[in-house]
Design a binder for this molecule. Sequence first.
Ligand code: PLP
Length: 386
Amino acid sequence: MIYLDNAATSWPKPDCVISAMTQCLKEYCANPGRGSHGLSSAAGLAVSRAREKVAEFFNIKDPLRLCFTKNATEALNTAIYGVLKPHDHVIATGMEHNSVLRPLKTLERDRKISLTLLKGNRFGEIDLGELAQSFRPETRLVVSTLSSNVNGIMMPIAEIGEMARSRGALFLVDASQGAGSVLIDVESMNIDLLAFPGHKGLMGPQGTGGLYVGPDVDIKPLMQGGTGSNSELIYQPEYLPDLIESGTLNTPGIVGLASAIDFIRETGIDNIGKHRHRLVERLHEGISRLEGITVYSRPEKGKNSGIVAFNFDWADSNEIAYILDKKYNIAVRAGLHCAPAAHATLGTLRRGAVRISPGWFNTMDEIEYVIKTIEEISRQKNLQFV
Ligand SMILES: Cc1ncc(COP(=O)(O)O)c(C=O)c1O
């Protein structure tokens, strides 16, 4: 089987991740920060070390401002519900995932905030002039995905961050696509809130993610209780990460994520980015010349985090993904990818798109096979479904 659905979750995971998690589960997986015995301290120490490692990876100066979550959705909801107040105005790109759009749209519908969605061009790239004109005195938050999960388009994060900071708005980045193959520096990019999953490009296990909360951010928690700290207090502790981290942490997952970060550092984030780009560039070139195919992604380095989205003019995206899976053993994703706004921008709201997302463990031979397969499908419009 050729796995090309790394934008949903990366697979396989590096061996070191599996070993670290196994060792944790076998040898010291007590409850971190919930006891004074040796095993609890060992688990607590492993979580602290992981926190330091992940913080350093994103150039977060104070590791205690990095809170672990179970995925990017939890981090994004925590950020959005945690910082917004009645009458705030929010600006977001037209390529956001519904983990951003649903909370924002719900707050807008309930008349708690007002929302401006940037239109962007046909690939969803935003126009910085449009962003500049969208600010209002009450703009409190700017939200941008680092890269679209539908077509891989990259947003100019450093430029958006600079503009948000100069206008006095907070900047929330959804790094779900790109973290692990694109350098993210919360300091130089003026990022106030960074939400990321551990299980995609960072190559950690499912059930991991995190939220960085910058020093100028006043945030309220989504959940309360079960912090293991300050049990004498009736109310939630006000310091990070305890303010945000309620309930027992996913210690084996966090240990696995730390090991994945080691793997990325040893491999080189640049090498990972270059490898993914080579595969995407070849795939883009191989299929965009075929008759009857529309490609919605850009191939240039710096414009794409590692996704090729396309459609056959004569078929539904789900039919193509089904054939690729059942007949050719190629795993891709089709449909709307939890991002209807992005599909509205790309003009693919009705049919969705076929999404191919290579990862570090995919090879050029696999990509050549996928190109040949798509070419074969393009020659037989009257497909018989298996
Ligand atoms: C851009 C983007 N944001 C948010 C998410 C949600 O991530 P998670 O599944 O870790 O909650 C995804 C997942 O596909 C994504 O691609």
